[in-house]
Each structure stands twice: as C-alpha cells, then as structure tokens.
Design a protein around this ligand. Structure first.
Ligand SMILES: NC(=O)C1=CN([C@@H]2O[C@H](COP(=O)(O)OP(=O)(O)OC[C@H]3O[C@@H](n4cnc5c(N)ncnc54)[C@H](OP(=O)(O)O)[C@@H]3O)[C@@H](O)[C@H]2O)[C@H](O)CC1
Ligand code: K
Length: 489
C-alpha cells in the first residue's frame, strides 16, 4: 500500500526518488504533467474554449507551465495567468518550463486577467510548498480564482489549502483536485470537501524505495493492492469452506437492514447465511431471502459459525443481556455495526468482552457516541487510532474516504466509492460483506480492507447507470462485477 506522507516530507521524497532513479527534477515534473494531461484527455473536456492556467512561482506553477505547453502541442488554445511578479522569482524548474512555452500561448499578468466564461481553469498557483498563513497578495489571487464560474481543476492541492492540517483561511474551491503520487492528508478531510471537489490521484512513477525511510502511519488503499489480499478457492471447495455466517439484527420496522446484510453476505461469497431475529419477524426474512436460514430466540450454538455480524436494525431495547451472553460465548473476531455499536456505547463494560481483531464500523455519529467527540476530523482520526490500538480492534470509520484504523497503529484510507453511496442501507451492505470475508477465513485485517474496497467499488459500478437514484440493493447487485473487474475467481 502507498504511504501517505506529509507536505514537508514530499521534498525529502523527491530527493530520495531522484537519487535512486537517476531522473532529474525537471523530468519528474514532466512525468507529473504528462500524467495530468493523460487524465485530462480521458475526461473528454471540451477543447472549444481556451484552457486557462493560473501559475505560481514554485514547482506547482512549474507543473502548470509544463501542462500548458503539452496541451498547446495537442492543439488546445492555452492562456497562462502569471501569479508571480517576475521571472526571477520562479523556481529553477518553473523557469525552465516558462522558457519552453511556445509563442502561441498567451501570457497574461494577473492584474489584467479576464476569465473566459464557462471554460476550464487549471489552478497551479500553490501546492504543497505553502508555508504558514497566506500572504495578503496570495489571498487576493485566490479570491479572484474563486470568482470563476466554469470548471476549476486544482493541481496537487487546491491553492491555499495546507497539506496536513485543517484550513483556517481561504483556498481555491475546485471541482476536481488532481494530486500526485498519493492524496495529501488534508484532501480527505470532510471539512475540505467543498475545496477538493472530486479527488483524483495519479501515479508519477516514484520508486517504491524512496518511501522506505519516510515515517508515516497513513496508507492509501488502491485497486492494485486488493487482489493479493484475497483467498483463492479451488475446485474442491464446498459451501462449508465459503463460510457459515450468522447475522444478528432486525426488529419490527427495521427488517430491511438485516435483509440487505444477508443478501450482501451471500453475494460476497458466503456459503451459508443464517439470520437471527425476533420470532415475529422470521417470515419476512424467509420470504425476502430464500437463500438464508432463519433462527430466533437465544443465539444458537454460536461456535457452529465461522463469523458473526451483529447490529443492523437490531434496536437496543432489551438487547444488552443477549449481547453480553453472546460475547461471553463467541471468541472469534466479529463485525459490529449500528445498534451493536450503540449497545457498546451505552454499556462500556461490554467493550473488553469484544474478541480481539473484531471489526467495528461506526459512521461519525456512532463514533462520537462510542469514542468521543472531536474538534475536527484530524483529531477524530487520532482518536480512532488510539481506540484501535488500545482495544486491539479494527475500527472502520465510514465516510467519503473511509479510514480503517488497525490495532498496530496503521490507518488505511480507502480510495474507492463515491457520493452516491450515502444512501439508506449502504452500511448494512458493508456489514454483510465484512462478515462474509471473515467467514471465508480471511485474516480480519484483509477482511476489513477487502470489504471496504469492494463495497466502494460496487458503489462506483452501480452509480454509473444510476447516479443519485442508486439504492443499497444496487450496490449488492454490483458486487459480482467487482470480482470480474479485479479478476478474482
Ligand atoms: N513528488 C511530487 O509530488 C512532485 C510534485 N511537484 C509539484 O511541486 C509542488 C511543490 O512545489 P514547491 O516548489 O515545493 O512549492 P509550491 O509551488 O507548492 O509553493 C511554493 C510557492 O509558494 C509560495 N508560498 C509559500 N508560502 C506562501 C504563503 N504563505 N503565502 C503566499 N505564497 C507562499 C512561495 O513563495 P516564496 O516567496 O515563499 O518562495 C513559492 O512561490 C507540488 O505541489 C506539485 O505540484 C513536482 O512538479 C513533481 C514532483
Ligand atoms: K494548486
């Protein structure tokens, strides 16, 4: 998995990479700019209007200048807005790229800027080299860039946004942020959603060893990381190998949660799924999910099951005793969601009974009740790490970028998924997937990473044709396609 470094570490990373690869810093800037242009072309942005690029004096501006030259060579009309005083203030590589600009590119001083309406503005003013508070002249530039009504694409980070902390002042509000090598930590904070827009991360060929000596506990989970985490089943596998899972949840009026969870576990690959609920509700499950078995009353012989998921739609009234009894009997890692988490918050004495390496899946509200309130998301991530380490549990903090905190202190940020997944029942689907992987015998860490990633990918696939109409059942229907896309048998 790709390490996520701080803004100041990027300089060290670059020099390590240049030393190990033999590349020059100018070549690296060219590689990054080419990666951007390839992405830009793949998006099919219209080429009728000039592409406007606001360039600063540092290497972020250098990227903008190189991108301008590359787009111009592809017959785009390009206008550069100079967000610097003179050529003397340019960084070495920015200057090199400035001198390589063809004459066909218009260069406009920022004071004389007039936007081309409804077009594209590329923001290459400030990147990870921003230090301290913005100077007044930079604030003015950012305010002006934010007046633009067309599509804004920020290079590496929206200008003005610090890489690793929560923003206090002004920053560019982008529609897309195209970050290089890894997402800078601040790009995944919910506080910055309106600045970052859609986040894209592009590989720029940095050698892996360059990351080795740089400390970070944050990692980025990407498509290529996922297939090796999966267990391969052979032709002698039978439904028992695929896992016997028990899903405990549902209550009158909330049976949908348990049903979605069961369907999701089955689609993820579970061999045998049993739903445990109140006696009065069993007909609903038996009718809605004929592939699942039903049980009611006391939780039957829990040792029979390979994995248990507990909580979706369960309710909290009169559940604590049953939960305690279950936790005393069942010693394998489990998945706890929704009302299972609420029960833990209300009965803190249950927490030590939760088997080590169990997977807890709170959204921010459930997290606040369970772990405590935080001033901002960075503080919340710190608390999540402390909770996971102290209790030896895996904490999956759900959100636009779900963060998986592991008992060894690593925190993994998921890259899959999109805004359309914020729909009722999406979390129940995730619980079904996680429990299913535990039931198939995956190590809890791998179950958490695979479950979270496939869930996000299924959401991406389903939303292609559904957009805001997507419902949780569409996510379940897209699970098979995730295996096809990742080539998992
Ligand atoms: N490995 C990679 O990911 C690569 C990334 N690249 C790009 O390079 C930038 C980082 O470039 P760097 O030159 O280090 O810094 P920036 O361009 O982001 O910023 C420097 C300019 O910002 C001015 N600055 C700094 N602080 C302030 C402030 N508080 N207010 C206003 N202006 C500020 C600074 O001015 P000075 O007068 O202080 O020097 C500079 O003008 C990264 O983000 C990527 O886009 C490489 O292209 C390839 C490798
Ligand atoms: K920028």
């Amino acid at each position: 998995m790709q390490k996520i470094l701080s803004g100041v570490q990027v300089k060290e990373l670059d020099s390590q990479h240049l030393k190990l690869s033999g590349q020059s810093s100018h070549e690296l800037m060219e590689t990054a700019s080419k990666a951007f242009v390839k992405w830009f072309l793949d998006q099919g942005f219209s080429s009728d209007l000039p592409i406007q690029i606001a360039c600063g004096a540092g290497n972020n501006g250098g990227d903008g200048l190189a991108i301008g030259r590359l787009l111009s060579a592809l017959s785009y009309e390009v206008i550069i807005f100079k967000c610097f005083d003179s050529k003397d203030s340019l960084s070495e590589d920015a200057l090199l790229n400035f001198n390589k600009l063809p004459e066909s590119i218009q260069i406009v001083d920022f004071e004389n800027l007039r936007f081309v309406e409804k077009g594209i503005l590329i923001d290459a003013f400030l990147g990870v080299g921003l230090k301290g508070e913005l100077r007044p002249d930079a604030i003015k530039i950012i305010q002006k860039l934010n007046d633009y009504q067309g599509t804004v694409i920020s290079i590496d980070v929206p200008s003005g946004l610090p890489s690793d902390i929560v923003l206090k002042g002004e920053a560019v509000k982008a529609d897309f942020t195209v970050s290089f090598a890894f997402p800078k930590l601040s790009l995944i904070l919910p506080e910055h959603a309106e600045y970052v827009g859609e986040l894209v991360v592009l590989k720029i060929g940095l050698v892996e060893e360059a990351f080795m000596d740089l400390d970070s506990t944050f990692y980025y989970l990407e498509t290529l990381d996922v297939p090796p985490l999966h267990t391969v089943f052979n032709r002698f596998s039978y439904k028992g190998d695929m896992g016997k899972v028990l899903l405990v949840g549902g209550s009158p009026g909330k049976m949908g949660a348990l049903i979605l969870c069961a369907k999701s576990a089955l689609r993820t690959g579970s061999g045998l799924v049993t739903c445990h609920m109140e006696d009065s509700e069993r007909v609903i499950v038996q009718t809605a999910v004929p592939e699942a078995m039903a049980s009611w009353g006391l939780i039957p012989n829990p040792e029979f099951y390979d994995a248990v998921g507990i909580g979706p739609g369960w309710g909290t009234e009169n559940r604590a005793r049953l939960f305690r009894q279950f936790l005393q009997d069942f010693k394998k890692p489990i998945v706890i969601d929704a009302d299972g988490l609420n029960l833990l918050s209300r009965n803190p004495d249950l927490l030590p009974l939760v088997p080590k390496n169990s997977i807890l899946t709170p959204h921010i509200g459930e997290f606040t009740r369970l772990v405590g309130s935080a001033e901002n998301h960075l503080e919340r991530l710190k608390m999540a790490k402390g909770f996971a380490v102290e209790n030896e549990l895996i904490l999956v903090l759900k959100g636009a970028n779900t963060v998986i905190s592991l008992p060894d202190g690593r925190q993994v940020i998921n890259s899959s998924g999109n805004k359309y997944m914020a729909t009722g029942g999406s979390g129940d689907v995730l619980t079904g997937m996680l429990t299913s992987y535990l039931g198939m015998g995956y190590f809890p860490e791998n179950a958490a990473l695979c479950g979270v990633f496939h869930h996000g990918l299924a959401g991406e696939i389903a939303s292609k044709s559904k957009r805001r109409s997507m419902i949780a059942s569409d996510i379940i229907a897209a699970i098979p396609e995730t295996y096809i896309q990742l080539n998992i048998s």
